[in-house]
Design a binder for this molecule. Sequence first.
Ligand code: AMP
Length: 288
Amino acid sequence: MRTVTSVVSMQRLALKWRGEKIRTGFVPTMGFLHEGHLALVRRARRLVGPRGRVVVSIYVNPTQFGPKEDLGRYPRDFKRDLSLCRAEGVDVVFAPGDAEMYPGKAEGRYSTYLIEEQLSRGMEGAARPGHFRGVATVVAKLFNLVLPDVAVFGAKDFQQAAVIRRMVCDLNFPVKIIVAPTVREPDGVAMSSRNKYLVGDLRAQATVLGHSIRAVRAAVAQSAKPVAAARLRALVRETIKPVPAAKLDYVEFFDPITLAPVVAVARGTQMALVVFVGETRLIDNGLL
Ligand code: AMP
C-alpha cells in the first residue's frame, strides 16, 4: 500500500493506471475510519476486481465546515486508518494537506467552487450553509486527481449522495457513482466518526434516531391511507422528547430521487432527520 500526499503525484499515478487500462475504485472519506467506511472499500474492491486499484482518500475538508462547526476537533487517527486500509487491501491512501488541496487559499488566491443549485438547497444545505458547496468542490477536485472509474458513497449521507450523482451527471464526470447501505451498530445507531463524541450515557441516547425512523415506518405501514407529514413530525418529536440530551434539528419526508418534500407520506417516501445528542449532531435516514 502506498500513501500519497501530493496532488501531482496522485494525478500522475492515476494517469499511469489509465494508460495501462487499470480500473480504479475510489472511496472518499474524512478518516477516523469505521466499519461503514470499510464496507465502501470492500464494495470498491468487488467493483474493480483483484487487478483494479482501490484508492481511499483521507481528507478533512475545511470548505464543507461552517465557522461554528467541529473542524478543529474532528476525530483523527491516521496511523489506525492506514492499518485498517492495509488490512482491506487498499492500494493507495491519498491524504493531501490543505496547502495541496487549496493552494493559495490562506493568501486569498483560491477562488473556484462548485455549486449544485437544486438538491442541495434543503435539509443539510439549509442547516449548514455552504456545506454542499464545499462537498461538491472537494469531490470534483478528488475525481480530477484520482480519475476513478467508480466511486462509492454511503447512504447514511443520503442528500450528499444525491448531490454528487447530480453533479456527475450535469458536469459529465466519467465516473460511476455507487451508493452503499448504511452500516449500523448492533443497537441500530448508524456508524459515524462523530460517535466518538458520544461519551458516557450519551451513546445510549443516540438510539433515538433509529427509534424515530422505526416509529414513523410503523405508523406508515399501519395506515391504509398516506399519513400527513405534520402528524409524523409530531410522532418524531414525541419519540425524542423523553430522551434528555436529544434535541431535534430537523426531520423531513421527501421523494428519494428528486428530494422534493412529501406532505402525504406513504411507503416509498424517504425520511431524514438530524438530532443533537448533547453537542453532537447526528444524521440518519431511512426508506419508509
Ligand atoms: P465521512 O468520512 O463521514 O465523510 O464519510 C465518508 C463516506 O463514508 C461517505 O460516503 C459516507 O456516506 C460514508 N459513510 C459514513 N458512515 C457510514 C455508514 N455508517 N455506513 C455506510 N457508509 C457510511
